[in-house]
Design a protein around this ligand. Structure first.
Ligand code: LER
Ligand code: MN
Length: 279
């Protein structure tokens, strides 16, 4: 498993759960200095994605790109894959598709978290889930052209009423043929700490399903602070991931509390102590 840390490039998300908010160069330098292997980037859109500035930074600092977020389409433009309005949905697919293209230049997948949106009410949930499946199918095909998966992230109930639990989302991906089309689950341990009875047991079940569904992990504590600053049993989660053969990223999508540097330091300490313990 490899360590990663989030860099937010969107002013409207300045209070969001990202470690670094002071630009690409500062974020990459601070990530490398703290000892991370990779960065996860949250850009405003594909057009403003700083590809030309990023390439030399990655080379100079020996970093890779773990993943690229798409949530700014929701934060800035209120786009979503389940919007009732056909045009908003088309724009959402276009927005994410363009991010898939730029992320692929860096060998990284795109994340669908906030951009899944939510059903207007419980009655409309089945149709919203059909729309979600349609959008994911189109976008998975686009990611597959680059040999990339598409990461789908269940969120806690205050952020979506589509899928809050990993196993329900796994069933959905399998039943709709999306798992075989390349959609994988993003397990955000913050959301899981609020929605799952047992994080480690759930990770073991997801990791044991056929089809290699475990695509990415947001390594965050129950407080949405760096791992170790909350109630989550990090050793149990890490052991579960290790036992199922997960070898992707543990990416710190957490608040910069008490400071960005401290959140980065604590994240690396949590991961390295587990490496060392051979947990
Ligand atoms: C995105 O990765 C996420 O976890 C959501 O809660 C949006 O912030
Ligand atoms: Mn997340």
């Amino acid at each position: 498993m490899k360590s990663a840390v989030t860099i937010c490039l969107v002013p409207e998300a300045a209070k969001g759960p990202f470690v670094f908010h002071d630009g690409l160069k500062h974020g990459c330098q601070a990530a490398a200095e703290a000892g991370f292997a990779a960065v996860e980037i949250f850009p405003a859109d594909a057009y403003s994605f700083p590809a030309d500035a990023l390439r030399p930074l990655l080379a100079e600092l020996s970093l890779t790109v773990a993943a690229v977020g798409t949530g700014a389409g929701w934060v800035q433009q209120r786009l979503s894959l389940v919007a009732v309005d056909d045009d908003v949905r088309r724009q959402a697919v276009r927005f994410i598709g363009e991010i898939i293209d730029v992320a692929a230049e860096f060998g990284a997948p795109a994340i669908i978290g906030s951009m899944q949106g939510q059903a207007v009410n419980d009655d409309s949930r089945p149709e919203a889930i059909d729309r979600l499946a349609e959008g994911l199918a189109v976008l998975a095909a686009r990611a597959a052209r680059y040999g990339q998966p598409l990461l789908y992230e269940p969120l806690n109930r205050s952020e979506t009423n589509l899928f809050n639990q990993q196993l329900a989302a796994a069933d959905f991906l399998q039943e709709r043929g999306l798992a075989s089309a390349g959609v994988k689950l993003l397990c955000d341990l913050f959301h899981m700490s609020h929605e799952e009875e047992d994080i480690a047991a759930t990770l073991r079940r997801i990791g044991s399903l056929p089809g290699d569904l475990l695509g990415h992990v947001h390594w965050a504590d129950s407080t949405r602070q760096a791992m170790g600053f909350g109630q989550t049993d990090a050793a149990a989660a890490y052991a579960a991931l290790k036992d199922v053969g997960y070898d992707g990223y543990l990416s710190a999508e957490v608040f910069p509390q008490p400071s960005a540097a401290e959140a980065a330091r604590q994240t690396i300490a949590s991961i390295e102590s587990l490496y060392a313990a051979g947990a």
